[in-house]
Design a protein around this ligand. Structure first.
Ligand SMILES: [Zn+2]
Length: 385
């Protein structure tokens, strides 16, 4: 079969004869073989081209034993001529990403000796894995060098060296391949065995941006964006930054400083609110029956600050001889209970058995949560504990 994508990557409209069309039970699709195709299949970590065959959508394109199969919903008659159309936007986008990947892989290989050991290119993500570690500064340096190669607008050359020539060549992805090896060269930058479509010159990549770097299997995984994807990302980030800057009434390059100021203000307000909650809770303790009237003190409140609750329990324990409890919330409560004289573990057991509370602690103080009514909780403390 003719592979039109190897003859001219710019050809996206073609005519071809249907050689076979079989129903694939597993995929519930027809698997069509043509005598020629411009569809580049899923290969080497890269998703397949999309497009149409006689106006019906090509759902997937796979290669097996050097034959390219197109997956479609409706059968195509064997022996008839069909018109194929490859979506140029996705093809060109993939070419930009893939050529960008070669530049980065070549530069990293040349400088650090690492190999690209994993590559994934789909419509929403490009990742590349290296068998060595890079830090952010090193990645930035490589990124700048890669973009300078874009500015230099170098040719990206495809060649098919003979077996003899290959044996004397230095190139990446050197694995034993039966048949013709396709070599993609960017002069002075990279030589790599690769079957995928590439842009004609590095300038067509537009821009390369590394947007993610993480440790991966003892090496590093990079997320990258090339060409229009990088522009799109910049536009989205610009929108976010300008919205935040407007809200903060600050300049865009001042938003980190502005954010740090807000964070400090937030922390200081949080501290003040907690202090006020402590004071409020402490004042509400006077509404409880006096220690002479009741051994136990049980307070319900909607104040939820942990420190305030703990302070209130400690304060109650100074005057009440029984259990001193604060339940925070409504219907669903978090609680802290303390006692100078009684065993809180015993109470914990009762709360668990009678009300299904989840709690733990020690003899002097317990804490936990319970879903129950105020009345049922109060009953526990009145039942002669
Ligand atoms: Zn490649």
């Amino acid at each position: 079969m003719r592979k039109i994508f190897y003859e001219d990557i710019n050809i996206i409209d073609f005519e071809a004869t249907v050689v076979s069309c079989e129903y694939d039970e597993e995929r519930k699709l027809y698997k069509v073989l043509l005598d020629a195709t411009a569809f580049f299949p899923e290969e080497g970590g890269q998703s397949a081209d999309i497009g149409t065959l006689d106006l019906q959508e090509v759902i997937d394109v796979q290669i097996k034993e050097d034959l390219v199969y197109h997956y479609v919903k409706n059968a195509l008659a064997v022996g008839t001529m069909v018109s194929g159309h490859v979506d140029w936007n996705q093809r060109f986008d993939f070419m930009q990403q893939h050529s960008g990947e070669h530049i980065l892989s070549g530069l990293i290989h040349n400088k650090y000796g690492y190999n690209n050991v994993g590559f994934h290119l789909s419509t929403n993500e490009v990742t590349m894995d290296f068998n060595g570690v890079l830090d952010l500064d090193q990645a930035r340096e490589i990124e700048l060098a890669a973009n300078k190669i874009i500015y230099a607008n170098l040719p990206i050359v495809v060649s098919y060296p003979s077996a003899d020539e290959l044996s004397n060549m230095e190139y990446r992805s050197k694995i034993e391949i039966d048949g013709q090896v396709r070599i993609v060269t960017i002069p002075e930058v990279d030589v790599c065995a690769c079957c995928a479509p590439h842009v004609a010159t590095t300038g067509q990549i537009g821009i390369i941006k590394i947007v993610g770097l993480q440790s991966y299997k003892g090496g590093v995984r990079l997320n990258i964006l090339c060409g229009e994807r990088a522009l799109q990302d910049y536009s989205e980030k610009f929108d976010s930054v300008s919205t935040i800057a407007q809200d903060m009434s600050t300049k865009q390059d001042q938003i980190v400083a502005g954010y740090n100021r807000l964070k400090e203000e937030y922390q200081s307000l949080k501290t003040k609110i907690n202090d006020l909650q402590s004071i409020c809770l402490s004042m509400s303790l006077s509404s409880l029956p006096s220690p002479e009237e009741s051994k136990n003190a049980v307070l319900f409140t909607d104040i939820t600050d942990n420190v305030a609750i703990r302070n209130a329990v400690n304060q109650l324990m100074e005057s009440y001889s029984g259990y001193c409890a604060v339940f925070a919330g409504s219907g669903s409560y978090r609680f802290v209970i303390g006692s100078k004289n009684l065993d809180c573990n015993e109470l914990a057991q009762k709360l668990r058995t009678d009300l299904g509370a989840k709690c733990g602690g020690n003899k002097v103080m317990i804490q936990g949560s319970v879903e129950s009514s105020e009345e049922d909780i109060e009953k526990i403390f009145k039942e002669g504990l």
